[in-house]
Design a protein around this ligand. Structure first.
Ligand SMILES: Cc1ncc(COP(=O)(O)O)c(C=O)c1O
Length: 359
């Protein structure tokens, strides 16, 4: 049985997406305007947060949110090294210095313990990453007394203690890249916050540091969420909870089929409702396992084998050991996941792990 790594497809929505695109085309309002306003309102209501600001992508969302929180040159921002490069890249692009922290080896998320030793006088923000659809423990991070910016790119719809990722910190960011849990049909992202002040600054920054295109109050960016993408996101947002439910059902199917005999799945953070952007487990021979599964037609891939602090442009910021990060970077493997992954496919993946173990 062939099982793709990303078991998700927009094919059933193609016709309705085309209709929404045609409506935007006919409207003549392509940048800012009613579709974006409506998506920002609807996503804010879904998250239970005061403001959503649609921007060009999840990376710009991070840079803009950091600057809106007042981060700039000379500041330090604590973030995990075990994340997509964009998390650290945005900190550097905001003019600040990333300070890489370790993660909990069982959840792959940062904790108050891994962050606390790195918080000092220059620390202007902490950026926990809700990695693979898990939710980092934001309340204990907020107790450290520094603004918390959630990188929720991989966790649309996840909750912690009943509150949505994206509504837990001082601000948060999302990516709507096509493989994400809430996708659009190109690049897209958003900043979220309960603070009127941070929201106003993010709106200004995404539009050349201006609200009226005549007076510019700072040097910003040209980074808006296009009306076409906003219209597609309005169509797909009502599907998000159902898709995430199916992702969780697929994770349960893996457990029932006995995946734990062959690999050690990462566990959800206490109180988190995980949304399994990826289904990730630890294995001492992760790369051999991925190769053996691929030979059997099953998508599997190592993630973040070179964590941020070991990437060439970030080495100048690396300091101190990150043992759990290095261990996870060596051992994690993503197995097929998505709303379309059936229990039979999950069982086939586990059977393939078993066949390889027996070979
Ligand atoms: C954790 C994380 N942060 C930020 C980003 C950046 O998002 P984008 O690709 O929309 O710029 C991603 C995207 O893959 C991500 O996974």
């Amino acid at each position: 049985m062939q099982v793709p790594l990303f078991a998700t497809s927009l094919a059933p929505y193609h016709e309705r997406i085309a209709e929404r695109v045609a409506e935007v085309t006919a409207s003549g309002r392509y940048i800012l305007g009613p579709e974006l306003d409506a998506f920002e309102r609807e996503f804010a209501e879904y998250l239970g947060v005061g403001h959503v600001i649609g921007v060009g992508n999840g990376t710009d969302a991070l840079t803009i949110a950091l600057r809106a929180l007042g981060v700039g040159p000379g500041d330090e921002v604590v973030c995990p090294s075990l994340t997509f490069y964009a998390t650290a890249e945005a900190i550097v692009n905001a003019g600040a210095r990333p300070v890489f922290c370790d993660v909990d080896p069982e959840t792959a998320c940062v904790t108050a313990e891994t962050v606390r030793p790195l918080v000092g006088e220059r620390t202007k923000a902490i950026v926990p990453v809700h990695l693979f659809g898990n939710v980092a423990p934001v309340p204990e991070l907020r107790d450290l007394g520094v603004p918390v910016l959630e990188d929720a790119a991989q966790a649309a719809g996840a909750t912690l203690g009943g509150a949505r990722a994206g509504a837990l910190g001082d601000a948060a960011t999302f990516s709507f890249f096509p493989s994400k849990n809430l996708p659009c049909i190109g690049d897209g992202g958003a900043v979220t916050t309960n603070s009127d002040e941070v929201a106003e600054r993010a709106r200004t920054l995404r539009f050349h540091g201006s609200r009226d295109k005549k007076t510019h109050t700072e040097v910003g960016y040209n980074s808006r969420l296009d009306s076409v993408q906003a219209a597609v996101l309005r169509l797909l947002l009502p599907e998000l909870d159902g898709w995430n439910e199916r992702r969780r059902a697929a994770a349960e199917a893996y457990e029932r089929a006995g995946i734990g005999e062959f690999v050690t799945p990462l566990r959800p953070v206490e109180g988190a409702e995980h949304v399994y952007h990826l289904y990730v487990a630890r294995s001492d021979d992760a790369d051999d396992l991925a190769a053996a599964l691929s030979e059997r037609g099953i998508g599997a891939r190592g993630y973040y084998r070179t964590p941020c602090h070991r990437q060439a442009p970030m080495r100048e910021y690396a300091s101190g050991d990150l043992p759990a990060t290095d261990e996870l970077a060596r051992t994690i493997i993503a197995l097929p996941m998505g709303p379309e992954l059936g229990a039979d496919q999950a069982a086939a993946v586990v059977a393939a792990c078993g066949a390889r173990a027996a070979a």
